[in-house]
Ligand binder design. Structure first.
Ligand code: HEC
Ligand code: HEC
Length: 209
Protein backbone atom coordinates (compact mmCIF):
# COMPACT_ATOMS: atom_id res chain seq x y z
CA UNK A 1 0.00 0.00 0.00
CA UNK A 2 1.32 3.45 -0.91
CA UNK A 3 0.82 6.13 1.69
CA UNK A 4 0.05 9.74 0.73
CA UNK A 5 3.30 11.70 0.49
CA UNK A 6 2.47 14.09 3.31
CA UNK A 7 1.79 11.20 5.70
CA UNK A 8 5.08 9.54 4.82
CA UNK A 9 7.01 12.77 5.42
CA UNK A 10 5.37 13.31 8.77
CA UNK A 11 6.53 9.90 9.94
CA UNK A 12 9.97 10.40 8.49
CA UNK A 13 10.17 13.66 10.46
CA UNK A 14 9.18 11.96 13.70
CA UNK A 15 11.84 9.33 13.11
CA UNK A 16 14.54 11.95 12.55
CA UNK A 17 13.51 13.91 15.68
CA UNK A 18 13.48 10.70 17.66
CA UNK A 19 16.95 9.72 16.52
CA UNK A 20 18.70 13.08 16.53
CA UNK A 21 16.93 15.42 18.89
CA UNK A 22 14.90 13.61 21.49
CA UNK A 23 17.29 10.82 22.39
CA UNK A 24 20.20 12.97 23.61
CA UNK A 25 17.78 15.14 25.62
CA UNK A 26 16.24 12.03 27.23
CA UNK A 27 19.77 10.80 28.00
CA UNK A 28 20.65 14.02 29.79
CA UNK A 29 17.42 13.98 31.76
CA UNK A 30 17.82 10.43 32.92
CA UNK A 31 21.37 11.16 34.12
CA UNK A 32 20.02 14.12 36.10
CA UNK A 33 17.37 11.96 37.73
CA UNK A 34 19.99 9.30 38.47
CA UNK A 35 22.18 11.88 40.24
CA UNK A 36 19.38 12.26 42.79
CA UNK A 37 18.91 8.51 43.22
CA UNK A 38 22.67 8.09 43.69
CA UNK A 39 22.54 10.49 46.66
CA UNK A 40 20.95 7.61 48.57
CA UNK A 41 21.66 4.49 46.50
CA UNK A 42 25.36 5.29 45.93
CA UNK A 43 27.34 6.09 42.78
CA UNK A 44 25.73 4.27 39.83
CA UNK A 45 23.36 2.53 42.22
CA UNK A 46 26.01 0.67 44.24
CA UNK A 47 25.01 1.32 47.83
CA UNK A 48 27.44 2.15 50.63
CA UNK A 49 24.57 2.34 53.18
CA UNK A 50 23.53 -0.92 54.82
CA UNK A 51 19.83 0.00 54.98
CA UNK A 52 19.64 1.02 51.32
CA UNK A 53 19.68 -1.64 48.58
CA UNK A 54 22.08 -1.59 45.68
CA UNK A 55 19.98 -1.23 42.54
CA UNK A 56 22.71 -1.48 39.87
CA UNK A 57 22.27 -4.53 37.65
CA UNK A 58 18.78 -5.54 38.84
CA UNK A 59 16.69 -6.31 35.76
CA UNK A 60 14.96 -3.23 34.30
CA UNK A 61 11.65 -5.08 34.43
CA UNK A 62 11.88 -5.51 38.22
CA UNK A 63 13.14 -1.96 38.91
CA UNK A 64 10.23 -0.62 36.87
CA UNK A 65 7.73 -2.84 38.72
CA UNK A 66 9.11 -1.73 42.10
CA UNK A 67 8.91 1.96 41.11
CA UNK A 68 5.30 1.57 39.92
CA UNK A 69 4.45 -0.14 43.20
CA UNK A 70 6.04 2.72 45.13
CA UNK A 71 4.12 5.24 43.02
CA UNK A 72 0.87 3.40 43.83
CA UNK A 73 1.88 3.05 47.51
CA UNK A 74 1.55 -0.74 47.13
CA UNK A 75 4.90 -1.23 48.86
CA UNK A 76 6.10 -0.03 52.24
CA UNK A 77 7.76 3.41 51.94
CA UNK A 78 10.24 3.91 54.72
CA UNK A 79 11.33 7.47 55.43
CA UNK A 80 15.00 8.02 54.62
CA UNK A 81 17.54 10.81 54.97
CA UNK A 82 19.70 11.76 52.00
CA UNK A 83 23.18 10.25 52.41
CA UNK A 84 25.16 12.67 50.22
CA UNK A 85 24.74 16.03 48.49
CA UNK A 86 22.77 18.62 50.50
CA UNK A 87 22.19 16.84 53.81
CA UNK A 88 19.97 19.69 55.11
CA UNK A 89 17.11 18.55 52.85
CA UNK A 90 14.21 16.97 54.69
CA UNK A 91 13.97 13.18 54.66
CA UNK A 92 11.84 11.64 51.93
CA UNK A 93 10.63 8.17 50.92
CA UNK A 94 10.39 6.04 47.80
CA UNK A 95 6.66 6.74 47.32
CA UNK A 96 7.38 10.48 47.08
CA UNK A 97 10.39 9.83 44.82
CA UNK A 98 8.38 7.63 42.42
CA UNK A 99 5.40 10.00 42.29
CA UNK A 100 7.70 12.75 41.04
CA UNK A 101 8.47 10.73 37.90
CA UNK A 102 6.40 10.11 34.78
CA UNK A 103 5.86 6.54 33.61
CA UNK A 104 8.31 7.18 30.79
CA UNK A 105 10.97 8.45 33.20
CA UNK A 106 10.42 5.38 35.40
CA UNK A 107 11.04 3.12 32.38
CA UNK A 108 14.16 5.09 31.47
CA UNK A 109 15.63 5.09 34.97
CA UNK A 110 14.94 1.33 35.23
CA UNK A 111 16.82 0.78 31.98
CA UNK A 112 19.65 3.05 33.24
CA UNK A 113 20.30 1.14 36.48
CA UNK A 114 19.51 -2.23 34.90
CA UNK A 115 22.39 -1.72 32.47
CA UNK A 116 24.92 -0.98 35.26
CA UNK A 117 26.97 -3.71 36.81
CA UNK A 118 25.91 -5.18 40.15
CA UNK A 119 28.78 -4.97 42.64
CA UNK A 120 28.60 -7.40 45.58
CA UNK A 121 28.93 -5.80 49.01
CA UNK A 122 32.00 -6.76 51.06
CA UNK A 123 30.56 -7.66 54.48
CA UNK A 124 31.07 -10.11 57.37
CA UNK A 125 29.22 -13.40 57.50
CA UNK A 126 29.14 -16.60 59.54
CA UNK A 127 30.32 -19.68 57.60
CA UNK A 128 28.21 -22.16 59.60
CA UNK A 129 25.06 -20.13 58.87
CA UNK A 130 26.04 -19.88 55.19
CA UNK A 131 26.11 -23.70 54.95
CA UNK A 132 22.60 -23.97 56.41
CA UNK A 133 21.35 -21.09 54.25
CA UNK A 134 22.69 -22.69 51.07
CA UNK A 135 20.57 -25.78 51.74
CA UNK A 136 17.41 -23.81 52.49
CA UNK A 137 18.01 -21.77 49.35
CA UNK A 138 18.30 -24.93 47.22
CA UNK A 139 15.12 -26.35 48.71
CA UNK A 140 12.83 -23.31 48.60
CA UNK A 141 14.25 -20.41 46.62
CA UNK A 142 16.55 -21.62 43.84
CA UNK A 143 13.70 -22.31 41.44
CA UNK A 144 13.15 -18.57 40.98
CA UNK A 145 16.45 -17.15 42.32
CA UNK A 146 19.05 -19.08 40.32
CA UNK A 147 22.86 -18.93 40.62
CA UNK A 148 22.57 -18.32 44.35
CA UNK A 149 20.24 -15.38 43.76
CA UNK A 150 22.67 -13.52 41.49
CA UNK A 151 21.01 -13.96 38.10
CA UNK A 152 19.32 -10.69 37.07
CA UNK A 153 17.45 -12.23 34.13
CA UNK A 154 15.34 -14.30 36.53
CA UNK A 155 13.41 -11.03 36.97
CA UNK A 156 13.40 -11.69 40.70
CA UNK A 157 15.77 -8.97 41.94
CA UNK A 158 19.36 -9.75 43.05
CA UNK A 159 19.86 -11.27 46.49
CA UNK A 160 23.49 -12.44 46.28
CA UNK A 161 25.81 -9.67 47.50
CA UNK A 162 22.96 -7.40 48.64
CA UNK A 163 23.36 -5.65 52.03
CA UNK A 164 22.52 -8.08 54.86
CA UNK A 165 20.90 -5.45 57.18
CA UNK A 166 18.67 -4.40 54.25
CA UNK A 167 17.67 -8.05 53.60
CA UNK A 168 16.93 -8.47 57.31
CA UNK A 169 14.50 -5.56 57.04
CA UNK A 170 12.88 -7.05 53.94
CA UNK A 171 12.22 -10.37 55.71
CA UNK A 172 10.84 -8.54 58.77
CA UNK A 173 8.49 -6.70 56.39
CA UNK A 174 7.37 -10.02 54.86
CA UNK A 175 6.62 -11.46 58.31
CA UNK A 176 4.69 -8.32 59.29
CA UNK A 177 2.75 -8.50 56.00
CA UNK A 178 3.99 -4.97 55.16
CA UNK A 179 5.59 -5.76 51.88
CA UNK A 180 3.84 -6.81 48.72
CA UNK A 181 5.28 -9.76 46.78
CA UNK A 182 4.75 -9.78 43.05
CA UNK A 183 4.90 -13.57 43.01
CA UNK A 184 2.38 -15.05 45.42
CA UNK A 185 4.22 -18.40 45.30
CA UNK A 186 7.15 -16.73 47.01
CA UNK A 187 4.95 -15.87 49.98
CA UNK A 188 4.09 -19.57 50.32
CA UNK A 189 7.82 -20.30 50.56
CA UNK A 190 8.84 -17.48 52.89
CA UNK A 191 5.93 -18.35 55.19
CA UNK A 192 7.60 -21.73 55.74
CA UNK A 193 10.84 -20.22 57.08
CA UNK A 194 11.84 -20.41 60.75
CA UNK A 195 13.76 -17.42 62.21
CA UNK A 196 16.97 -19.49 62.10
CA UNK A 197 16.47 -20.36 58.43
CA UNK A 198 15.82 -16.72 57.54
CA UNK A 199 19.01 -15.68 59.35
CA UNK A 200 20.93 -18.47 57.56
CA UNK A 201 19.62 -17.36 54.17
CA UNK A 202 20.74 -13.77 54.83
CA UNK A 203 24.27 -15.02 55.62
CA UNK A 204 24.21 -17.20 52.49
CA UNK A 205 23.30 -14.23 50.27
CA UNK A 206 25.74 -11.91 52.07
CA UNK A 207 28.60 -14.40 51.71
CA UNK A 208 28.61 -14.13 47.92
CA UNK A 209 31.21 -11.43 47.27
C1 HEC B 1 16.30 9.72 50.33
C2 HEC B 1 16.91 8.48 49.90
C3 HEC B 1 16.47 7.83 48.61
C4 HEC B 1 16.38 8.40 47.36
C5 HEC B 1 16.60 9.86 46.95
C6 HEC B 1 16.02 7.33 46.45
N1 HEC B 1 15.90 6.14 47.14
FE1 HEC B 1 15.32 4.32 46.37
N2 HEC B 1 15.30 3.52 48.24
C7 HEC B 1 15.65 4.17 49.40
C8 HEC B 1 15.47 3.27 50.54
C9 HEC B 1 15.74 3.61 51.99
C10 HEC B 1 14.98 2.05 50.01
C11 HEC B 1 14.62 0.78 50.78
C12 HEC B 1 13.28 0.94 51.42
C13 HEC B 1 12.90 -0.30 52.19
O1 HEC B 1 12.46 -1.26 51.55
O2 HEC B 1 13.06 -0.31 53.41
C14 HEC B 1 14.89 2.23 48.56
C15 HEC B 1 14.44 1.26 47.68
C16 HEC B 1 14.48 1.38 46.30
C17 HEC B 1 14.17 0.32 45.37
C18 HEC B 1 13.76 -1.08 45.72
C19 HEC B 1 14.91 -2.02 45.55
C20 HEC B 1 14.62 -3.42 45.96
O3 HEC B 1 15.51 -4.26 45.75
O4 HEC B 1 13.56 -3.73 46.50
C21 HEC B 1 14.33 0.83 44.11
C22 HEC B 1 14.13 0.13 42.79
C23 HEC B 1 14.75 2.22 44.26
N3 HEC B 1 14.82 2.52 45.60
C24 HEC B 1 15.01 3.06 43.19
C25 HEC B 1 15.27 4.43 43.33
C26 HEC B 1 15.38 5.35 42.22
C27 HEC B 1 15.29 4.95 40.76
C28 HEC B 1 15.59 6.60 42.74
C29 HEC B 1 15.71 7.93 42.02
C30 HEC B 1 14.62 8.25 41.11
C31 HEC B 1 15.63 6.45 44.19
N4 HEC B 1 15.43 5.13 44.50
C32 HEC B 1 15.83 7.49 45.08
C33 HEC B 1 16.12 5.48 49.50
C34 HEC B 1 16.15 6.41 48.46
C1 HEC C 1 7.88 -18.66 42.56
C2 HEC C 1 9.10 -17.85 42.40
C3 HEC C 1 9.83 -17.44 43.66
C4 HEC C 1 10.24 -18.23 44.73
C5 HEC C 1 10.03 -19.73 44.92
C6 HEC C 1 10.96 -17.35 45.61
N1 HEC C 1 10.99 -16.07 45.12
FE1 HEC C 1 11.85 -14.44 45.98
N2 HEC C 1 11.20 -13.24 44.45
C7 HEC C 1 10.52 -13.68 43.35
C8 HEC C 1 10.22 -12.54 42.48
C9 HEC C 1 9.48 -12.60 41.15
C10 HEC C 1 10.77 -11.40 43.13
C11 HEC C 1 10.74 -9.96 42.66
C12 HEC C 1 9.43 -9.30 42.90
C13 HEC C 1 9.11 -8.97 44.34
O1 HEC C 1 9.98 -8.56 45.14
O2 HEC C 1 7.94 -9.09 44.69
C14 HEC C 1 11.37 -11.88 44.37
C15 HEC C 1 11.97 -11.06 45.31
C16 HEC C 1 12.59 -11.48 46.47
C17 HEC C 1 13.19 -10.61 47.46
C18 HEC C 1 13.16 -9.10 47.42
C19 HEC C 1 14.44 -8.45 47.12
C20 HEC C 1 14.34 -6.95 47.18
O3 HEC C 1 15.40 -6.33 47.18
O4 HEC C 1 13.27 -6.36 47.24
C21 HEC C 1 13.70 -11.41 48.45
C22 HEC C 1 14.45 -11.00 49.69
C23 HEC C 1 13.41 -12.79 48.07
N3 HEC C 1 12.73 -12.80 46.86
C24 HEC C 1 13.76 -13.90 48.79
C25 HEC C 1 13.32 -15.20 48.54
C26 HEC C 1 13.63 -16.35 49.37
C27 HEC C 1 14.51 -16.30 50.59
C28 HEC C 1 12.99 -17.43 48.82
C29 HEC C 1 12.96 -18.85 49.35
C30 HEC C 1 12.53 -19.00 50.71
C31 HEC C 1 12.29 -16.96 47.63
N4 HEC C 1 12.51 -15.62 47.49
C32 HEC C 1 11.54 -17.76 46.80
C33 HEC C 1 10.14 -14.99 43.07
C34 HEC C 1 10.32 -16.08 43.92
Amino acid sequence: MRLPGEYRWKHFGILICGAILLCPIAGAEVAEIADQCDECHGADGVSTESDIPSIAGISPFIIEEYMLEYRDEARICRESKYRSGDLERPATDMCVVAKDLSEEEIAEIAEFYGSKEFVAIVQDFDAAKVAVGAKVHRRLCKKCHSDGGSYADDDASILAGQWMPYLEQVFADYVAGDRNMLDKKMKEKTDLLTDEETEALIHFYGSQQ
